[in-house]
Design a protein around this ligand. Structure first.
Ligand code: BGC
Length: 746
């Protein structure tokens, strides 16, 4: 009886403190903090540590599951958040346990890797980035949040913003590519898309920017490997993208698996506290990656789990993902004085504040509406938008003799290749809630686009990744019977993503052999590529008349690609990662340094220059590259002045003319080169772009305005400023093909 009264009393206190927090502004210094403090005062140490623990459900796990007793743990108040649990009924059941069966009734947060769509899957993030359309990217994340929240989720482990310059690393598919400045814009757009304007709305979810920090720079492109770089590179290229997400108000951040200069991120106090909290003023909560506290032992910075837990808690980690390190060790560590209870209280406060921001204390079941679930999941508007993004993310890499779009005169099309009709592969990696059976393959997309007006023949030819040549002859005979061939080649979805690094990034298996056999038939051939990373495909580029890069386009991949192949949509995507010519060039990225012995373009193999004996330095397809079914010509660049003061605007413009025979969108890019810096500067840096629709035969003037301060970088003393002196300014269709002018800053 006594116990029940205490129970009810605590419940009332929480309800009273929770009252009225619905539409409060989102700030840790706000009323939520006070509410959180009032709960913390009622909590035992074990209950606090419970809030700092995140466990996977048994629904769909993204790593080795270390505990399957999560339901009991929830009952005991030892869990603050659950991941890999969604659908309204399941979430409601788990939430009910937390809210009704624990002493303090504190609701759970439900997280999941919603990386490129939830049920309606969008193109992989690297593909979305190729649209250079931040509004579309934001809207895609909005759709993802609407669907995820309709299935009980209120936290996504995204955006992944790790800058990546090495295509061997499989996780390049999750990010925005190799450019910091573009990455910043995309990171902010993605945060806005997930979190909307108010986190307490029932269709917004917490974002979690990851993986902090520099996870995208593992040695040799091998996942989880060591990261070691200069402080300047870290500050200049890698950190700003996370900072952009923090500035956009991201609610949480995930530590990375890797070490940086010998210190693993999960135990890096400088990174998590001095930089993130003190300098950047991040006020959300910090979660580890999957069991990364435990991994401090094999990293070799902790002798046992207790030491690992101590290091991470003291570094600033608030929540332990899946490792049970906090659950098992924090209590002793507090008792021994190795971790202060104040540190624990701060962490718990940040987690409770997130729960207040979501409105979970008002209504723990607010994300559990059957009605919303039925209405939102894969609704036709979502699918229509996914189709649009799938089409917009396509990058036309080659198009000799106007092979594409498919001419209207074509009567019989052969669709050949291991990826022509593979539903599951369309999803790409990180599409946990995506359903293969709902995906539209290339064959299906073309079938529905042509609706019986064209005769379609199909042949697989070979598998993605083995050496079985038995299907090639049949594929060749199918090609011979057609008057146009679409060849669907690339990687399967498991060849990129986590734990999917490759040392050879050419077309896997015997696909090149299949391509050669088909191209030799002399039929017009358009290659459609599916892949999660840049590939080295110089032979294919040499032989195939047309190549369309389509990434993994998601649920509507086949329809979106068909829209492009038949010319209903003129392709406008441009690469955000360099496609190297060969593996030996990797890492290869556009904003490299000139060196003291730059290559002589007239004689690329000149001895004692920074080059190779056996390969040019130049890539197959440069950053920013992508063709259109029309053509564009660029005028010379005009500047408002030649010499600028610090407060001036540098206004640069070009006239871009659509010289082809159809309307098209062009992504006009502006780059700058600081000729003499206190520190060496890249040969080109992206500083602006505009995506413009230009009607056939028309000319538009495209104007950019930048400020001298936009040319700032970290000097020798790490001050962030720009150099007076001379600069080159380039405007063009990609990082290679540009028009140049010069200016100076006094
Ligand atoms: C990945 C994270 C992911 C987590 C939870 C880890 O293995 O590195 O990106 O969010 O699993 O699924």
């Amino acid at each position: 009886m006594k116990k029940t009264r205490l129970h009810l009393g605590l419940f009332l206190v929480i309800v009273l403190f929770s009252y009225g927090c619905k539409n409060q502004p989102v700030s840790i210094s706000s009323v939520y903090e006070k509410k959180a403090d009032s709960i913390i005062r009622l909590m035992t140490l074990d209950e606090k540590i419970g809030q700092m623990s995140l466990f996977t459900s048994d629904m769909s796990s993204t790593g080795p599951t270390m505990r399957d007793d999560y339901v009991d743990l929830i009952k005991q108040g030892k869990v603050g958040a659950v991941f890999n649990a969604f659908t309204v009924d399941f979430v409601r059941d788990l939430q009910k346990i937390a809210v009704e069966e624990t002493r303090l009734h504190i609701p759970l947060i439900f997280g999941f890797d919603v990386i490129h769509g939830h049920r309606t899957i969008f193109p992989i993030p690297l593909g979305q980035a190729a649209t250079w359309d931040t509004a579309a990217i934001e809207k895609a994340e909005r759709v993802a949040a609407v669907e995820a929240s309709a299935e009980g989720l209120n936290w996504t482990f995204a955006p992944m913003v790790d800058l990546a310059r090495d295509p061997r690393w499989g996780r390049v598919m999750e990010g925005a590519g190799e450019d910091t400045w573009l990455g910043e814009l995309i990171a902010a757009a993605r945060v806005r898309g997930f979190q909307g304007t108010l986190l307490s709305d029932n269709n917004t979810i917490l974002g979690c920017v990851k993986h902090f920090a520099a996870y995208g720079a593992p040695q040799g492109g091998r996942d989880y490997h060591v990261v070691d770089m200069s402080e300047r590179s870290l500050y200049e290229w890698y950190l700003p993208v996370y900072k952009a997400a923090v500035d956009a108000g991201v609610a949480s951040i995930m530590t990375s698996f890797n070490e940086i200069a010998g210190v693993p991120s999960t135990s890096n106090k400088w990174l998590l506290t001095d930089l993130l909290r003190d300098d950047w003023k991040f006020n959300g909560f910090i979660v580890t990656d999957y069991s990364s506290i435990n991994e401090l032992i094999p990293h070799g910075v902790a002798a046992d789990l207790e030491e690992a837990a101590k290091l991470s808690a003291n570094a600033g980690v608030d929540m332990d993902m899946q490792g049970s390190a906090f659950l098992n060790c924090l209590s002793n560590l507090v008792k021994s004085g190795d971790v202060s209870e104040k540190t624990i209280d701060e962490a718990v406060k940040r987690i409770l504040v997130a729960k207040y921001r979501l409105g979970l204390f008002d209504d723990p079941y607010k994300y559990c509406s059957k009605e919303r679930e039925e209405k939102e999941i894969m609704n036709p508007e979502h699918r229509a938008f996914a189709r649009e993004v799938a089409a917009k993310s396509c990058v036309l890499l080659k198009n000799e003799n106007k092979t594409l779009p498919i001419p209207k005169s074509v009567k019989t099309i052969a669709i050949i290749g291991p990826l022509a009709d593979s539903k599951a592969d369309m999803l790409g990696f990180w599409s946990g809630a995506g359903q293969a059976e709902k995906c539209v393959t290339l064959v299906e997309g073309i079938r529905s686009r042509t609706a019986g007006t064209v005769n379609l023949l199909t042949a697989k030819g070979c598998n993605v990744d083995d050496d079985d040549v038995s299907g090639i002859n049949q594929a060749v005979s199918v090609a011979r019977r057609s008057d146009y061939v679409i060849l669907a080649l690339g990687e399967n979805r498991m060849m990129s993503g986590e734990a999917a690094s490759r040392t050879d990034i050419s077309l896997p298996g015997i696909q090149m052999q299949l391509a050669e056999a088909i191209i030799k038939t002399g039929k017009p051939v358009a290659v459609v590529l599916f892949n999660g990373r840049p590939l080295t495909i110089p032979e294919l580029d040499y032989m195939a008349p047309a190549i369309l890069e389509t990434w993994f386009g998601g649920t509507e991949a086949g329809n979106g690609i068909a829209d492009v192949l038949f010319g209903d949509l003129n392709p406008s995507g441009k690469l955000t990662m360099t496609f190297p010519l060969n593996m030996g060039q990797v890492p290869l990225f556009y904003n490299s340094k000139n060196t003291g012995r730059p290559i002589n373009p007239e004689n690329p193999y000149e001895k004692f220059k920074s080059n190779y004996l056996d390969s040019p330095n130049t890539p197959l397809y440069p950053f920013g590259y992508g063709l259109s079914y029309t053509t564009f010509s660029y005028s010379d660049v005009k500047l408002n002045k030649e010499s600028f003061e610090s407060n001036d605007q540098i206004i640069a413009s070009v006239d871009v003319t659509n010289t082809g025979d159809r309307d098209g969108e062009e992504i006009v890019q502006l780059y700058v080169h600081d000729l003499v810096g206190e520190v060496t500067r890249p040969v080109k840096e992206l500083k602006g772009f505009r995506k413009v629709l230009i009607k056939k035969g028309e000319k538009v003037s495209v104007t950019f305005s930048i400020h001298p301060a936009d040319l700032s970088y970290y000097h020798q003393d790490m001050s962030f400023t720009y150099d007076p002196g001379n600069f080159e300014l380039f405007i063009g269709a990609n990082s290679r093909d540009t028009k140049k002018t010069e200016f100076s800053i006094r």
